[in-house]
Design a protein around this ligand. Sequence first.
Ligand SMILES: [Zn+2]
Length: 371
Amino acid sequence: MAPITGLAISLVLLVLQTATLRYIGLLWPVKVPIFEYPSEFHQNTVNGLIERINETRITEQLRHLAGAFPHREFNSDTGESFAVEIESLLRDTGVPVDIYHHGWRQPSLIAKIPGTQQSKVVVGCHLDSLNLVPFLSSPGVDDDLSGIVTLLEAIRILQQNPWEFRQSLEFHFYAAEEPGLRGSLDILANYSDIVAFLQQDMTGFSAGAPPHFGVVEDYASESLINYVKRLIETYCTIPYRSTRCGQICSDHSAALINGFPAVYVLESELAASNPYIHTERDTLEHIDVGHVAQHVRLVLAFAVETALMETVEARGEQSVRFRWTDIVILSATSDTLRFVMACIILSGAVANLVLVLRSGGHRNLFKLHEN
Ligand SMILES: [Zn+2]
């Protein structure tokens, strides 16, 4: 076969294979509905709940879980037994829990406080941990044991009251966030009716700057960004700073990819966040429990105020744009077989291109063009 024919065939195959990639549609913006979130708050109710936040209990929970589960990789024994432990702690609070099994060891968990309507308010965190250097331990105390205990403390307090929520409230503990949002993408692809999603991933480090929240403003719903800022001003005692991820940095992006309004609030702006994550030094000594308690305030406020919302009519749509690098990351991690095929075809195309250039075939092409 002439090199030029080989090149043409491999280019056609490359286009056909790329078109089958699961996340290729993200080349176009995702339409996410814009909801009107509450502007008047139930301050007596929420402040009554905030008074019950118990920092000693948060500290003990962190110590126990960090000591018993020094690493929690998504496809490991300890990753799986850690999910079983969190399920048991959730059931101790009296909240119903669904277990979601994936194609790896660690399941995801979904705790539910039902409302009178179908629509859902979701707060997320992730169960797995990661060390970027293989075979070294991955304690992941800030990333994301801190988010897990934030949700556990909020659920415990909410469960002490009989609620009549309108929106159903769900707390999602996702498996396999670290290898590319695999747990949340699995679950949220089959979801409907999420009207607000708040991610809590890294809530415990405050040494990088005077304590503040980081509100992620790229990869987020504008209406939710403004709403959580008002909640922070009303219910928390530290300020916020706007920050940017620059990529699909946590499970809120899986919500956006599936067309649900989402926002991510972490321990600080990215530049001041915990420098020890994804290493064996992401340990208890760097955690400020008072900072975790600020996040519990935010989660309680977000959960109660949003779940008490009367109507959830969309008043428009926002276009959320993803980068081509996001598509490469998502395809490599969550659509691996098709991605590997595309890479093989691409290398074939490059090899054919080299052959064409060496054989001078491109000059014939230019001559044809000139004639
Ligand atoms: Zn994380």
